[in-house]
Design a protein around this ligand. Structure first.
Ligand code: TRP
Length: 463
């Protein structure tokens, strides 16, 4: 097997895994899901899913990766369970689907750097036109994918670690700055209320499925990205603490992004919070408006800086998404890494083209499919999000947990988790993880998967 490389330091792994987790999911996805899902009640569900269910699954993925030093498909075979390889294969397909649409959004964000630099804040009012200019935004997407491929082709410690360490803190500072600014504006408290005071009557099946999908997506879980990253982790690393850190960092940044957006929407809407349910366009519209409010060169500087950093956050995520199919191709098909990277990136870009076209340009992809029992058609990108994020990731998480606890067996998982963690065995955390991985995660995630599929694609709402 080709040399796989490894993370050069402890903090390097946490930074890279957090870099994978923190991305468009936190800053673009989370606020729009909160806005569409009715506000604070969604936030509560999301937080609960992240800590109660996702954190144990994350520790499990990393442990499987470190134990086997393989990509998600090879990992199951390396443990001696060839029959379970399909979980890894499904993960790789999910990763390819996710990267295909993710890169389109990243292309929009990338283009925004230039829009903001040019002081074109009016793009907020005509966002639909912006995304319809497929040659322009598609070009940005192409550059973004090429950049991702370049970083991945440089190998693990060279490319990923350095970027993650430098840019994440800068982004956080910038978001905090915008939170503080937002809170000084009139009607910002209406945004805070929407974001933080839950109205549980707003919860329905859909809110729950979306919160679950968002939690998995945001934490990069359920498709083996963290099996792959785990495969580069040293035996000195404490996996449980690392997973806890990644969860806390990721959730905090999503939370901050909400704290940034909703006061701004409160201000823009004069307190009605109209526009909060703006869907995938949400941050692109609201933020451009606010940078316009800041006016002139200040708005241009802040806007350019913000989207630049957002693109770097997205890049550490696209890198992790591309890494998974690439490491599979490298390990299992014996293709040289460089060649594998450009090949896989090219194919995924092509798969993303319908998502690109289905945001205003092509009627066919705008109204791609009408699910059974649905009134209106769904666009291509939303369909991919429902299939990959909301269905495949929870199913993957369910199967990974079930596999680890009942096939590979809990004591083997525990042994791996205990390496580098002297106090793990006998601790409360161990007991909780055992329970969560053996029972809670497989059952809850399995049920959620079935309910989601029935509701989304077949219009059958059991809750
Ligand atoms: N978590 C990233 C985000 O929030 C996206 C991402 C990167 C991802 N790698 C993943 C999602 C693996 C699912 C699986 O932007």
């Amino acid at each position: 097997m080709a040399t796989r490389g490894g993370f050069s330091s402890r903090i390097g792994f946490i930074a890279a895994a957090a870099g994978s987790a923190v991305g468009l999911g936190n800053i673009w996805g989370f606020p729009y899901e909160v806005g569409s899902g009715g506000g604070a009640a969604f936030v509560v569900l999301y937080l609960a899913f992240c800590f109660i269910l996702c954190f144990p699954v994350m520790a499990t993925e990393i442990a499987i990766g470190r134990k086997t030093e393989r990509n998600p498909v090879g990992a199951f075979a390396a443990l001696g369970y060839k029959k379970w390889k399909w979980i890894g294969k499904m993960g790789i397909i999910a990763g390819i689907l996710i990267l295909s649409f993710y890169n389109v959004i990243a292309g929009w964000a990338f283009g925004y750097i230039f829009e903001m630099a040019a002081g074109n804040f009016g793009v907020a009012e005509t966002f639909g036109d912006y995304t319809s200019q497929v040659f322009k935004v598609g070009g940005y997407g192409l550059v973004f994918m090429a950049t991702t491929a370049f970083v991945v082709s440089k190998g693990i410690s060279g490319g990923i670690e350095k970027m993650a360490k430098l840019l994440m803190p800068t982004l956080i500072i910038m978001i905090i700055g915008l939170v503080v600014y937002g809170l000084t504006l009139p009607n910002s408290m209406d945004g805070i209320k929407f974001y933080l005071v839950p109205d549980f009557t707003k919860i329905n099946g859909n809110t729950i499925y979306n919160a679950m999908g968002q939690a998995f997506f945001s934490l990069s879980l359920g498709m083996g990205a963290l099996i792959t990253y785990g495969s580069y982790v040293s035996k000195k690393e404490n996996i449980v603490t690392a997973a806890a850190w990644v969860t806390v960092v990721d959730v905090s940044i999503a939370f901050l992004a909400g704290l940034m957006i909703f006061p701004l929407i409160g201000f823009m809407s004069g307190g009605t919070m109209e526009g909060a349910g703006g869907g995938p366009a949400l941050i692109f519209v609201t933020l451009a408006q606010i940078f316009g409010e800041l006016g002139g060169s200040l708005g241009a500087i802040v806007g350019t800086g913000f989207f630049l950093l957002l693109c770097f956050a997205a890049l550490t995520s696209t890198v992790s998404l591309l890494e998974v199919p690439v490491s599979y191709v490298v390990d299992e098909m014996n293709i040289r890494r460089k060649k594998a990277v450009w090949l896989v990136a090219g194919v995924i870009f092509l798969i993303g083209i319908p998502s690109l076209l289905g945001n205003g340009y092509s009627d066919f992809f705008n109204n791609f499919i009408t699910y059974i029992g649905a009134e209106n058609p769904t666009d291509f990108m939303s369909m991919v999000i429902s299939i990959a994020n909301e269905s495949m990731l929870p199913l993957g998480g369910c199967m990974i947990a079930f596999f680890a606890a009942h096939v590979w067996k809990r004591n083997n998982l525990d042994d791996e988790l205990a390496i580098g963690a002297p106090n793990y065995k006998g601790s409360f955390v161990q007991k909780y993880l055992n329970f969560a991985i053996a029972y809670l995660a497989p059952i809850v995630l399995g049920v959620m998967f079935i309910l989601t599929v029935l509701s989304t694609f077949f219009g059958i709402d059991l809750i």
